[in-house]
Design a protein around this ligand. Structure first.
Ligand SMILES: Nc1ncnc2c1ncn2[C@@H]1O[C@H](COP(=O)(O)OP(=O)(O)OP(=O)(O)O)[C@@H](O)[C@H]1O
Ligand SMILES: [Mg+2]
Length: 436
């Protein structure tokens, strides 16, 4: 909540409204005396709140005064951990939070804050010696950073508290710690598995909504709702049903953009993506695709020929600078060729994918029939059904699509996720104009 103080807007900090702690949470408070204490499981299952309470208790009772808090980035650490930590201590304990220098002092204890996705993170903790480490979203961190942080906890009585959602069962944290019976028998590692039932503070309607949000993807449902470490297997868009996800007659559209997947000596494909806007959620229609396979044709296409394809589509759909051409991040020479060619009237943007996040978005659209492909787009219809997870990458703990017949799914991303991300950025910039 914002209130005015001496002409400036300041954020009012509301004290944390404690609800119910489940019996699993109480067990974690009482028994988390191992060197490495891991809370893993479903989203929203109270892992972070329980870790926060335990962390405050841990640092208060430690004879030392230097600790470490990590997460994906300093921004996510602030949102996921610091805001609740502050609302738990505000008005009760002295604190000083400095996001930019990366620390929070609580009483006379200093906790350094490091984002493991931020550049140079591992080197920043390299020389540190701390008496404890709280790692939020630890499964998203590189193994080297986790190992480095562990080695920093060398002061007597040091303890580690990690929270995370499940990933692949080949993930190093799952293999080396969660399922390591030797370390668990010795009491070096202790593990608590949380599911939505372990958080009695969530409204039943919220839980239902959460479940339906993840329903589109079996993988995400199993990991984020059921809290299981399972592999991504089989077809990625397994909810695609040809009769439901294709269309013949063009619906009413509010926007049309062109998207692309680019391969110098493989396939270059362009798509014309129509958007039907709806406050309940937009729908996306692939109206047309081009597909040039250099291996089949026996000769690579030049960038000038690709620009010709773009201009043909642009003119056929009467597109101009109200429409956008989303080019992939690795198509620098094609971008230059488009910028030089005065026939290209559309805005040109580079789209950098977030592969697994984009897959999740498209899975939801396919499952809710909000992404449809024109019956004439044969390659897209085929690849929607054959696009699969890569088994070899899974064995190394990574979720990756197989790099085979993936050109159309890669092409759709810019047309679907490109406009979504542009809209999100605009909302973010507008909200930054509020003085806090
Ligand atoms: N003891 C509690 N009292 C009041 N609210 C709680 C309590 N435990 C959890 N909550 C609330 O439940 C929600 C989810 O909790 P939390 O963020 O700890 O879950 P999580 O398991 O860390 O989720 P994620 O995996 O998404 O990070 C939050 O809104 C949190 O404030
Ligand atoms: Mg959390």
């Amino acid at each position: 909540m914002l209130s005015k103080n001496q002409g400036k807007f300041v954020r009012t900090i509301k004290p944390f409204q404690y609800g119910i702690f489940s019996s699993k949470a109480l067990d974690f408070f009482d028994n988390s005396d191992a060197f490495l204490n891991i809370l893993h499981g479903s989203v929203r299952s109270s892992k972070t709140i329980n870790a926060n309470v335990r962390w405050l208790n841990f640092i208060a009772n430690s004879p030392h005064d230097k600790f470490l808090l990590t997460g994906k980035t300093r921004d996510t650490i602030e949102r996921n951990v610091i805001e609740d930590l502050i609302s738990m201590i505000h008005g009760k304990l002295y604190y000083n939070y400095d996001k930019y220098d990366g620390y929070i002092d609580i009483g006379d204890k200093r906790t350094y804050i490091v984002g493991f996705n931020d550049e140079g993170a591992t080197s920043r903790i390299q020389g540190m010696t701390v008496a404890g480490w709280y790692g939020d979203e630890a499964a998203t961190a590189p193994e080297s950073a986790i190992k480095m942080a562990m080695s920093r906890c060398s002061l007597s009585g040091a303890q580690i508290f990690l929270t995370m959602n499940p990933d692949s069962p080949y993930h190093y944290i799952y293999k080396q710690y969660i399922t390591n019976q030797e370390l668990r028998k010795k009491g070096t590692v202790k593990v608590w598995h949380f599911t939505l039932e372990d958080n009695p503070n969530l409204a039943p309607e919220y839980v239902e909504n959460l479940k339906s949000l993840y329903h589109a993807s079996k993988l995400q449902y199993d990991r984020y709702i059921l809290g299981r470490w399972v592999i991504a297997e089989g077809a990625i868009y397994d909810k695609f049903v040809e009769s439901e996800n294709t269309f013949r007659y063009r619906p009413k559209l509010h926007d049309i953009n062109i998207c692309c997947d680019y391969g110098v000596s493989t396939v270059t494909t362009f798509g014309v993506m129509g958007i039907h806007r709806d406050p309940e959620g937009n729908s996306y229609y692939l109206l047309e695709e081009t597909y040039y396979d250099a291996e089949v044709m026996g000769v690579a296409q030049s960038d000038d020929e690709r620009v010709d394809d773009i201009v043909t589509l642009q003119d056929r759909y009467k597109l101009d600078n109200n429409n956008t051409l989303f080019l992939p991040h690795d198509a620098a020479s094609l971008k230059t060729a488009c910028e030089k060619d005065s026939r290209v009237k559309m805005k040109i943007k580079t789209y950098t994918p977030d592969v697994n996040e984009d897959i999740g978005t498209i899975q939801r659209l396919i499952a809710t029939r909000r992404f449809k492909i024109h019956v004439n787009c044969k390659n897209s219809i085929e690849q929607a059904q054959t696009y699969s997870w890569d088994k070899k990458a899974q064995a190394k703990g990574k979720d990756m699509p197989l790099k085979q017949d993936d050109h159309c799914p890669d092409m759709w991303r810019g047309g679907i996720c490109g406009p979504m991300k542009t809209a999100k950025k605009q909302i973010y910039h507008a909200s930054r104009r509020v003085k806090i």
